[in-house]
Design a protein around this ligand. Structure first.
Ligand code: PRT
Ligand code: MG
Length: 208
């Protein structure tokens, strides 16, 4: 059976780190995804297409079969928490750490701790495991501002070089999780397109 394989990827650092990997396994998009406005891109392999979606939407597209496989950060996968996805391979790209941070001059205060984050699920789990009750404030970006403006005592965010924290007068106090990007696979696709997907996994496995 000749069925095509669709790979979901997000623009930005994941795409930047993924394109060289795909090229090494012989998959090259027919247009530069960074420059093209197309959301579905063909590749040099007639039966492989890429779709370009938001990083947070990659697991959703793969879960519902809009894409057969995808590449997503562990941070996004921990929040998405779906049993409909296989996660067969750590690609070791777009690495960073999910960290707890506070103002450099943070002083403990009475009352329930307030934590601002985009990663509400993972943050709740982290504090629950320590038996600490927290109020979680969901933000979609610029988390570093929250402690500066008194919105929250602490933040949970991704840290790479630490420059963003530093530039905003914050310091990391704990690592919650080491993050890298993973290959994810739709469970039904794994059955129906088994040979193609197994082949992609094993060729990627050899180079990461
Ligand atoms: O940007 P957009 O809103 O479209 O979506 P997104 O933020 O989800 O996408 P993108 O491309 O920014 O991130 C995609 C994935 O890259 C994340 O889900 C992570 O798995 C991974 N990744 C790796 C990172 C970082 N490193 C990283 N440093 N994602 C974000 N950052 C940000 C961080 O949030 C903080 O603002 O970079 C800043 C910290 O960097 P340093 O170097 O100053 O510490
Ligand atoms: Mg971003």
């Amino acid at each position: 059976m000749t069925s095509s394989l669709t790979i979901a990827i997000s623009k930005g650092r994941i795409l930047d780190d993924t394109l060289p990997l795909l090229e090494k396994v012989g998959i090259v998009p027919e247009e530069n995804p960074d420059k093209s406005r197309k959301l579905i891109l063909g590749t040099n392999q007639p039966d492989i297409n890429l779709i370009i979606v938001r990083a947070t939407d990659v697991p959703t597209y793969v879960e519902y079969g809009g894409a057969d496989v995808g590449i997503a950060g562990k941070d996004i996968l921990l929040e998405h928490d779906s049993s409909e996805l296989y996660e067969p391979l750590d690609l070791g790209i777009a690495k960073c750490r999910l960290m707890l941070a506070e103002l450099v001059q943070y002083k403990t205060r009475n009352g329930r701790l307030r934590v601002a984050t985009k990663y509400t699920r993972t943050t709740r789990k982290y504090f629950t495991e320590q038996g600490i009750q927290v109020e979680i404030i969901k933000l979609y970006g610029s988390m570093e501002l929250a402690p500066v403006l008194g919105l929250a005592d602490k933040i949970v965010d991704l840290v790479d070089t630490g420059n963003t924290l530093k530039a905003n007068g914050l310091k990391a106090t704990d690592t919650i999780c080491e993050i890298s990007s993973r290959l994810i696979v739709n469970k039904a696709a794994m059955k129906i397109k088994r040979d193609k997907i197994k082949q992609l996994i094993s060729s990627l496995e050899k180079i990461v």
